[in-house]
Design a binder for this molecule. Structure first.
Ligand SMILES: NC(=O)c1ccc[n+]([C@@H]2O[C@H](COP(=O)([O-])OP(=O)(O)OC[C@H]3O[C@@H](n4cnc5c(N)ncnc54)[C@H](OP(=O)(O)O)[C@@H]3O)[C@@H](O)[C@H]2O)c1
Length: 256
C-alpha cells in the first residue's frame, strides 16, 4: 500500500497527520521497521515507552525520507517543569531535529497545567516540534489550557473505539478544532460484537479491520499496535473498503 491511500488530517498549518499510524507501547524497533516497510507513515512513541532510540534506528534503516514519516512522542507527567530537557532527550534518542507532534502524555497530577502548555507553545515556536497536543485531557482541561494561553491543542489522544464512542466528546473536540486521536482501539473494543461481525462478513474483512475503518471514516486518527508480522500487515490493509453511513451509525450505537 502506498502512502497516498492513507488519508491525512491537517492538524496545524501545513502539518498533515496520517489517520492510520502504528502504536509502539510494548513494541520494538523491529516491529516499527516492519510497519514502515508495510507502508505505515506515522509512528506513535513516548518517553515513557523507552523505545525512542529503537524507533529512530528503524526510521534511519528504512531509508525513508524524514519528511515522509510522521513521528509523535510525549512528555511523561513526572517531567512537567523539565519540558525543554525532555524533548531534547527525545530528539537525541530518535536522532531527529524535530518531531511532528509532541503531547503531554497525561494531565500532570490530574491537572490541566496551563504553565506546562505555555512551555509547549514556546518549544513549538522554537521549532523542536511541528505541532503540540495533549493526551488523556477531558474537554474542560482542553478549555482551561486554551483559554489560559490562547493556544488550542492540535490533538487530544484518548482511549477510543466503538465501545467508547461518545458523541459529546467527538463533537466537543471537533467544535474546538482539536483532532481526536484514538488509542487502544482493540484493547477497549469487543471484536466479537455481533454488529461488527456482521459488517465484517459483509465486506469480507475482519472485525479488527472494521474497527480501524470506523475510525478512518469518521476522521479519527487511530494507532493500532502489533508485534505480529501478519497483523501489522492486516491492520494496514484497510484502504480497499468503506463503511456506509448506516454501518457507521450502527457501530456508533455500540458506544456507552
Ligand atoms: N496516550 C496514552 O496514554 C496511551 C495509552 C495506551 C496506548 N497508547 C498508544 O496507542 C497504541 C495502541 O494502543 P495499545 O497498544 O494499548 O492497544 P491496541 O492497539 O488496542 O491493541 C494491541 C493488542 O491487540 C493485539 N492485536 C493487534 N492487532 C490485532 C489484530 N488484527 N487482531 C487481533 N489482535 C490484534 C496486539 O497483539 P500482537 O502484538 O500480538 O498483534 C496487542 O495485544 C499504543 O501502542 C500506544 O502507542 C497511548
Amino acid at each position: 500500500m502506498s502512502r497516498s491511500e492513507n488519508p491525512t488530517v491537517t492538524i496545524a498549518p501545513g502539518v498533515e497527520m496520517p489517520l492510520l499510524g502504528f502504536g509502539t507501547w510494548m513494541a520494538t524497533g523491529e516491529d516499527a521497521r516492519r510497519a514502515l516497510d508495510t507502508g505505515y507513515r506515522h509512528i506513535d512513541t513516548a518517553t515513557f515507552y523507552r523505545n525512542e532510540d529503537q524507533i529512530g534506528r528503524a526510521l534511519r534503516d528504512s531509508g525513508l525520507p524524514r519528511d515522509e514519516v510522521f513521528i509523535t512522542t510525549k512528555l511523561p507527567q513526572g517531567n512537567a517543569g523539565r519540558e525543554r530537557e525532555t524533548i531534547e532527550a527525545s530528539l537525541e534518542a530518535l536522532g531527529l531535529d524535530r518531531v511532528d507532534l509532541w503531547l503531554i502524555h497525561w494531565p500532570p497530577g490530574g491537572r490541566a497545567r496551563p504553565d506546562v502548555w505555555q512551555r509547549f507553545a514556546e518549544i513549538a515556536e522554537a521549532g523542536l516540534t511541528r505541532a503540540i497536543g495533549v493526551s488523556n485531557y477531558d474537554l474542560a482541561q482542553v478549555d482551561e489550557i486554551t483559554e489560559a494561553t490562547g493556544v488550542a491543542p492540535a490533538v487530544d489522544q484518548i482511549p477510543w473505539s466503538p465501545s467508547l464512542f461518545d458523541a459529546e466528546v467527538a463533537d466537543g473536540l471537533r467544535t474546538r478544532g482539536v483532532t481526536l486521536e484514538g488509542y487502544s482501539p482493540f484493547k477497549t473494543a469487543n471484536a466479537n460484537d455481533p454488529v461488527l461481525t456482521e459488517i465484517a462478513r459483509r465486506h469480507g474483512v475482519t472485525t479488527h479491520q472494521v474497527i480501524l475503518r470506523w475510525h478512518i471514516d469518521h476522521g479519527f486518527v487511530v494507532i493500532p499496535k502489533s508485534s505480529n508480522r501478519e497483523r501489522i500487515v492486516s491492520n494496514f490493509d484497510v484502504f480497499g473498503f468503506e463503511l456506509t453511513a448506516d454501518e457507521l451509525a450502527r457501530i456508533d450505537a455500540l458506544g456507552g
